[in-house]
Design a protein around this ligand. Structure first.
Ligand SMILES: CC(=O)N[C@H]1[C@@H](OP(=O)(O)OP(=O)(O)OC[C@H]2O[C@@H](n3ccc(=O)[nH]c3=O)[C@H](O)[C@@H]2O)O[C@H](CO)[C@@H](O)[C@@H]1O
Ligand SMILES: C=C(OP(=O)(O)O)C(=O)O
Length: 430
């Protein structure tokens, strides 16, 4: 595990180009298993989750050319073996569950001996995935080991999911793409990365209707073809760097920022006193933001930022907003409607002097502008919490250490290098 050594208190200023979105590239990589034809991807981020997936693919027999500098990858799965060792399934990354449907489509039978888990945000349940696979014709048996089996093909079916789950929706899309007949998912997730997977599958020849809505209809096709795609900018990274500009009093410009996804995210910034402006596709967090929490018109109400499945404010962006609230004048209520463990890292934030009260596992109240001091804190295995602890350290004059911060590398390539370009004093201590 690696620690981040931070000398904070300096305004971060400059221009950054965001990386490709981890949560878009990983399902797209899993979907490449659905074809024997070559696939070419660009804007592929050099992140550790992809390293793990590429290692797994190579174990299977895939040919992969990954130029990390050029951010391009060419994949060819035409020479895959006839089976795989479940022990080689990537661990510690939720996206490994996205291998189930394509592996089943290839091998017809898959045995799994573990839940690959992911960020420690709560229980990362497999049941919705098993439910959708079972609806689409998979025989599911578990007796210590999980055994999944299909006959020749997935079978088209309709399913109304319990809740809008990102990866479950992606499992549905991959299974339904080549299923026999028509499949419908009601209560589907519609996050930007889910839409990216839909468009990628369409470019491979899949027939998908309802992209971006909560009802997806997929008409199965016999086979999918090779394709080319560019991975979208990571809206989490865009928002994080804007928040870093705001928390340090700097002037940060982000190119290729995907403004179409930001209306609600920017309104949430505005609730904390941060105005984001645009020059075309470039998002700007200008200098000297007021960092004053807006009061609601209604009396007897706390201002709040409420996160839930898209098009709500994204849960993965709550931690940077919480860090920002520690520096803002006023009180802000945060509500994570998704994860029961999404705020478990708050005791670490408090070590900097922040005043944050946990109301219940889903809700906290942050009292801003308390006197803050440098600290040595421990990052949990949660990418965005590690980022938020770094942000807080960057805003406080003096030397702080964020221990075990390497989950950041799961999603943000060249994190420290990018920040140094903005004037940050930050080092990895391996
Ligand atoms: C690889 C990937 O894409 N990971 C993302 C994906 O994970 P993932 O697909 O695992 O997240 P889900 O959308 O399934 O939601 C996670 C958990 O939240 C709970 N839940 C969710 C929605 C809801 O309306 N009610 C509810 O109870 C469930 O316990 C569920 O297990 O989506 C999450 C939610 O945007 C993000 O944090 C993760 O970064
Ligand atoms: C929670 C995340 O990842 P995972 O779903 O892989 O845990 C994340 O990207 O913030």
């Amino acid at each position: 595990m690696a620690n981040l050594i931070v000398h904070g208190g300096k305004p971060l200023s400059g221009t950054i180009t965001p990386s490709g979105n981890k949560n878009a590239v990983l399902p797209i990589l899993c979907a490449t298993l659905l074809t024997d034809e070559p696939v070419s991807l660009s804007n592929v981020p050099a992140i550790t989750d992809i390293e793990k997936l590429v290692t797994f693919f190579r174990e299977l027999g895939s040919r992969i050319d990954w130029d990390r500098e050029a951010k391009t990858m060419r994949l060819d799965h035409s020479d895959l073996g006839s089976d795989f060792d479940p022990q080689t399934l990537p661990q510690g990354m939720r996206s490994a569950v996205l291998l189930f449907a394509p592996l089943l489509q290839r091998f017809k039978e898959v045995h799994l001996d573990s839940n690959p888990k992911g960020c420690a945000l709560g229980i990362r349940e497999l049941d919705p995935h098993l439910e959708i696979l079972s609806h689409l014709g998979t025989k599911v048996a578990h007796n210590g080991e999980l055994k999944l089996k299909i006959e020749e093909k997935f079978q088209g079916a309709s399913h109304w999911a319990d809740y809008m789950s990102v990866t479950t929706t992606e499992t549905f899309l991959m299974a339904a793409a080549t299923a026999d007949g028509v499949s419908t998912l009601t209560n589907a997730a519609s996050e930007p990365h889910v839409q990216d997977l839909c468009r990628f599958l369409q470019s491979m020849g899949a027939k998908i209707e309802g992209v971006g809505t909560s009802v997806l209809t997929v008409t199965g096709v016999d086979s999918l073809a090779g394709a080319e795609a560019t991975i979208s900018s990571d809206h989490h990274e865009v928002a994080t760097f804007l928040a870093l500009g705001a928390i340090t009093g700097g002037d940060v410009w982000i190119t290729d920022s995907g403004p179409e996804h930001f209306a609600l995210i920017n309104r949430s910034f505005a609730k904390l006193g941060v105005e984001i402006s645009y020059d075309g596709e470039t998002a700007i967090c200008g200098p000297k933001q007021s960092l004053k929490i807006q009061q609601p018109f209604t009396s007897n109400l706390l201002p709040k930022i409420e996160a839930a499945p898209w098009p709500y404010f994204p849960v993965d962006l709550l931690p940077p907003m919480v860090a920002l609230a520690t520096q803002a004048e006023g009180v802000m209520h945060f509500w994570n409607k998704v994860y029961e463990g999404g705020f478990a890292w708050l005791p670490e934030l408090v070590k900097f002097g922040a005043h944050a009260v946990v109301s219940d596992p889903h809700r906290i109240v942050v009292f801003g502008q308390r006197p803050m001091r440098p600290a040595v804190v421990e990052a949990p295995y949660i990418i965005r919490a590690a980022v938020a602890l770094y942000m807080t350290a960057a805003s406080i004059e003096g030397r702080s250490i964020v221990k075990n911060a390497d989950p950041i590398r799961r999603a943000h390539p060249h994190f420290a290098e990018n920040l140094r370009k903005l004037g940050a004093e930050i080092e990895w201590d391996e």
